[in-house]
Design a protein around this ligand. Structure first.
Ligand code: DGJ
Length: 721
C-alpha cells in the first residue's frame, strides 16, 4: 500500500513537472492595453501563432480556450500559400526560413509603457528574428517592429521584411483608405475586402505620400461609424516607400502585412548587423473611429510628437501674399502686419536665397542657401531683428534635400545628386533629389540648418519642404548596392533630423512636402506640425482636415487663412483654420477695416481656445461627406470647456435641419452656450445663445447649430459654470 502511494505521488510529480516544462516550452504570450488584447501561443511544433486580437480579455482562465490561430510571422518557402512577412535568401541559395520560438521577455520601458520581445530562430540556419511589441495601455496603442539578424558567412539577401503581420478572422472586413493627389489629399473611401489582395503602397521615395498617406482603418464585421463598431487603425512610421498588404485567404481570414515597400529594395544584410524595420502603430477600438482617433491623438501628444505637450505658434506666412516677388522693404511691411494681427511669428517662405541663379522662380537656385543680395541686402539678420523689435518670432522656409540643376551646388557636386548615368534627367518641379545615403550629403543638409542657426540664432522656426519624389533613381555613392537607395535615403534623412534635434532641441519645424506629400509618425518625432495641403480653399480644407484628423491631433495640422475661394467670407475661412493650428497667408492690406478687426479678434479668440482645440478631445459630430453641413467639437480634458465648429456648406431649399448632439461633456454639469468669433457689428442668431444647458441636454437633445444659409459658419463656446 505504502509503495503504491509513493508510486502515485511520483507519477503526479512527474506529470506536473512535465506540464510545467510544457507550459514553459509552449508559453502563451499576452499583450494587453486597457481595452485590447493581442495573444500569441507557441504550438506543439515549436512555432509561434497569433491566437487572438481584439477587445480585451479580462479573465485569465479564458485564455486557454482560445484557438491556436495562424502563424504569427509567416515566412517564405514553407507551407503557407499566401503573402509572407519575411523572405530571406541564405548564402547557399536556400530561399526558405522556418522560425521557431526561442524565448520571450516583457520589461518596463518607461512609466506605464511595457515592451514584449519574442525571439524566433531557424534550427537549420543561424537567423534570428525578434518581434517587438511596445504597449501604451491608457492610449490603447501598440507599437510593433521587427529585428532581423544572422550569423551566416556572407550577407543574406532580404527580399521581404515586414514590420508587422496581424491576423483577423471575421465575417467581413471593410478597408478605409485616404488616397488622393497634390491639392486633393486625404480623401476617405471605404471598400469591402474579399478573397485576394488589396495593396496600398508608394514608390515615390521622397515626397512618398503624394498619392497615399501611410495609414488605414479596418472595420470588422460591419463598417464602423464615429461611435459604433470595431475598427483597427494602423500606420507606419517610415518617411519613404511603404506597403500595406491586406490579403483575404481561402478561409476568409485576413492578414495585414505592414512595412517598408520591398519594391526594388533587396537588402544585403551582413552577419552581426541588425536590420530594424520601421515601427508600425495600431489601435483597436470597439467604439468606432472617433475613439481610435482620440487614442492616436493622446498617444502622439504624450509620446511621439516633437514638443507634443507644448502649444503651437500662430503665424503670418508670405507665400500666397507674395510668392517669389518680394524684397526687404516688402517683408518688413509684412512683419509689421503680422505684429499688428497679433500672431506669434512671421514665416518667410521660398524665394530668399541664391545669387548666381537667384531663386526668382522654382526653376533655379535650390541648393544655394545664401540670401539673394538684391532682394535682401542686409540678409536674414535684418528680418530677424525687425521681427524681434516688433515682439514676434521669425521663421524660415528651406528645402535642403533638393537641388535645381540650375544652381551652383549642382555645378560643384553633381555626384551628390540622385540621377541615372547614361540617361537624360527627368525633373519634377524642375529639381532633383540629393543623395542622402551619402554621409557627405547628410553633412551638407545638416549644415543648411546649422549654418543658418549659427549665423542667425534668432531664427525660431523652419518650414522644411520637399517638393519632388525621387526620380532617375541611381546613387553614385552606393555603387553596386543600388537596391539599398530607397531605404538608405530615409535612414540618411533620419540621421540629419536627429542631429538637428540634438543640437537644437527647442527648434520647432513644420513638415511640408508640396502639401502633405510626406507625413508619418516617425518624421513627426522631429517636426511639431505639418502642412496638410496646398489647397487652402476652406471647403476643401473641411474634407482634408477631416481626413487627417483621423490620425493626427489638431496641433499638428497647419491651417492657414488664404484668398482661395472668394465666395467664402473671411469669417468662414478663419473658422475653418481655427480647427487646426491657425495661421494666415494673406495680404492683410487687401482686407477692409471690419475684416482686419475680425482677424485680430479671431487670433485673440484662438489663443483663448488653444487649450481646448490643441490639447482636448476631438469629436467629429457631422461629416462633410454626409451632406451639406459639417461640425467638429473639441472638449477640454477637464470637461469644463468645449468648442463646437459648425459649417453650412451648401444648404438646400426646404432642407430639414436637426439639432446636433454634442459629445464628451459631463452630463451632470451646467454649461453656458455662447457663439463667439462673430463679424464685428453682427449678432448671433443661435437658438439658446447665452443660455445654460445641462451636459445631459446638450448630449441628448443637442443644439440647432446649422442654418439654411450657404457658406455660413459658427464657433460656439460651451463653458461649465
Ligand atoms: C510647396 C509648399 O507646399 C508651399 O506651401 C510653398 O512653401 C511652396 N512649396 C514654395 O515653393
Amino acid at each position: 500500500m505504502y509503495i503504491m502511494k509513493v508510486r502515485i505521488l511520483f507519477l503526479i510529480c512527474f506529470l506536473s513537472i512535465t506540464c510545467l516544462l510544457n507550459a514553459a516550452d509552449k508559453p502563451v504570450i499576452q499583450i494587453h492595453t486597457d481595452n485590447s488584447s493581442l495573444i500569441f501561443r507557441v504550438a506543439d511544433n515549436g512555432r509561434l501563432y497569433q491566437s487572438y486580437l481584439g477587445k480585451k480579455l479580462n479573465h485569465e482562465a479564458d485564455i486557454s480556450h482560445l484557438p491556436q490561430g495562424t502563424e504569427a510571422y509567416i515566412t517564405h518557402g514553407m507551407e503557407d500559400y499566401f503573402e509572407p512577412a519575411i523572405h530571406i535568401l541564405h548564402n547557399d541559395g536556400n530561399p526558405s526560413l522556418l522560425l521557431k520560438y526561442v524565448s520571450h521577455e516583457t520589461k518596463a520601458v518607461s512609466q506605464g509603457v511595457n515592451e514584449t520581445i519574442i525571439t524566433l530562430g531557424d534550427d537549420k540556419y543561424p537567423v534570428t528574428v525578434k518581434l517587438h511589441y511596445v504597449t501604451y495601455p491608457a492610449e490603447d496603442i501598440i507599437k510593433t517592429y521587427t529585428e532581423i539578424s544572422h550569423k551566416e558567412k556572407k550577407p543574406v539577401v532580404l527580399h521581404q521584411y515586414a514590420s508587422s503581420m496581424l491576423h483577423l478572422n471575421r465575417a467581413k472586413y471593410y478597408l478605409t483608405e485616404f488616397s488622393g493627389d497634390w491639392a486633393h489629399e486625404a480623401n476617405i473611401s471605404d471598400q469591402p475586402l474579399e478573397f485576394g489582395k488589396k495593396v496600398l503602397d508608394t514608390k515615390l521615395g521622397a515626397r512618398a505620400n503624394m498619392f497615399t498617406p501611410p495609414f488605414f482603418q479596418l472595420s470588422l464585421d460591419q463598417l464602423a461609424t464615429e461611435n459604433c463598431g470595431e475598427v483597427l487603425v494602423g500606420t507606419l512610421g517610415w518617411t519613404g516607400n511603404f506597403r500595406f498588404t491586406f490579403e483575404v485567404d481561402n478561409k476568409n481570414e485576413l492578414r495585414i502585412i505592414s512595412g517598408i515597400n520591398p519594391y526594388a529594395s533587396e537588402y544585403y544584410l551582413p552577419a552581426g548587423v541588425v536590420f530594424r524595420t520601421p515601427d508600425f502603430y495600431f489601435t483597436y477600438s470597439a467604439n468606432g473611429k472617433g475613439k481610435a482617433s482620440r487614442n492616436f491623438h493622446d498617444w502622439a501628444r504624450r509620446y511621439q510628437l516633437k514638443d507634443g505637450d507644448e502649444t503651437r505658434m500662430t503665424l503670418l506666412n508670405n507665400w500666397e501674399a507674395t510668392y517669389f516677388d518680394f524684397n526687404e522693404e516688402k517683408l518688413i511691411g509684412l512683419i509689421g502686419d503680422a505684429a499688428g494681427l497679433g500672431v506669434d511669428m512671421f514665416l518667410l517662405d521660398d524665394g530668399w536665397f541664391a545669387n548666381k541663379y537667384p531663386r526668382s522662380s522654382d526653376h533655379q537656385g535650390l541648393g544655394d542657401w545664401d540670401e539673394t543680395a538684391d532682394k535682401l541686402p542686409n540678409g536674414i539678420g535684418r528680418l530677424v531683428e525687425e521681427a524681434t523689435k516688433k515682439g514676434i518670432k521669425f521663421g524660415l522656409w528651406i528645402e535642403p534635400e533638393m537641388v535645381n540643376p540650375k544652381s551652383e551646388l549642382y555645378e560643384k557636386h553633381k555626384d551628390w545628386v540622385i540621377h541615372l548615368p547614361n540617361r537624360d534627367e527627368y525633373y519634377f518641379r524642375n529639381q532633383l533629389v540629393l543623395d542622402l545615403s551619402n554621409p557627405k550629403v547628410q553633412d551638407f543638409v545638416f549644415g543648411v540648418v546649422d549654418d543658418l542657426m549659427t549665423k542667425y540664432p534668432g531664427i525660431a522656426f523652419f518650414k522644411w519642404d520637399c517638393n519632388s519624389p525621387i526620380t532617375n533613381i541611381y546613387s553614385s555613392y552606393l555603387k553596386e548596392k543600388q537596391s539599398h537607395l530607397y531605404i538608405d535615403y530615409v535612414r540618411g534623412l533620419y540621421n540629419v533630423l536627429e542631429r538637428i534635434k540634438t543640437k537644437y532641441p527647442d527648434l520647432p519645424m513644420m513638415l511640408c512636402s508640396g502639401g502633405s506629400g510626406r507625413i508619418d509618425y516617425e518624421t513627426l518625432r522631429y517636426f511639431t506640425e505639418f502642412w496638410p495641403s496646398d489647397n487652402t480653399d476652406p471647403i476643401e480644407r473641411l474634407f482634408i482636415q477631416w481626413g487627417y484628423s483621423q490620425l493626427f491631433p489638431a496641433k499638428t495640422l497647419c491651417a492657414h487663412v488664404t484668398t482661395w475661394n472668394h465666395d467664402a467670407s473671411i469669417k468662414f475661412r478663419t473658422d475653418v483654420a481655427m480647427m487646426g493650428k491657425l495661421g494666415f497667408d494673406i495680404k492683410l492690406s487687401d482686407l477692409n477695416d471690419n475684416e482686419k478687426k475680425f482677424c485680430r479678434d479671431a487670433v485673440t479668440n484662438y489663443n483663448h481656445l488653444k487649450p481646448v482645440v490643441l490639447e482636448g478631445d476631438m469629436y467629429r459630430l457631422v461629416s462633410p461627406y454626409s451632406g451639406n453641413h459639417t461640425s467638429t467639437q473639441y472638449v477640454g480634458k477637464d470637461k469644463k470647456g468645449a468648442v463646437v465648429f459648425a459649417f453650412d456648406i451648401y444648404s438646400r431649399y426646404g432642407e430639414k435641419l436637426l439639432p446636433v448632439r454634442l459629445q464628451g461633456l459631463d452630463a451632470g454639469r451646467q454649461y453656458r452656450v455662447k457663439e463667439i468669433n462673430l463679424m464685428p457689428g453682427t449678432n448671433s442668431s443661435l437658438q439658446g445663445n447665452g443660455e445654460l444647458f445641462s451636459g445631459e441636454y446638450l448630449m441628448t437633445v443637442g443644439l440647432n447649430i446649422f442654418t439654411g444659409q450657404r457658406l455660413n459658419s459658427r464657433v460656439i463656446e460651451v463653458v461649465a459654470e
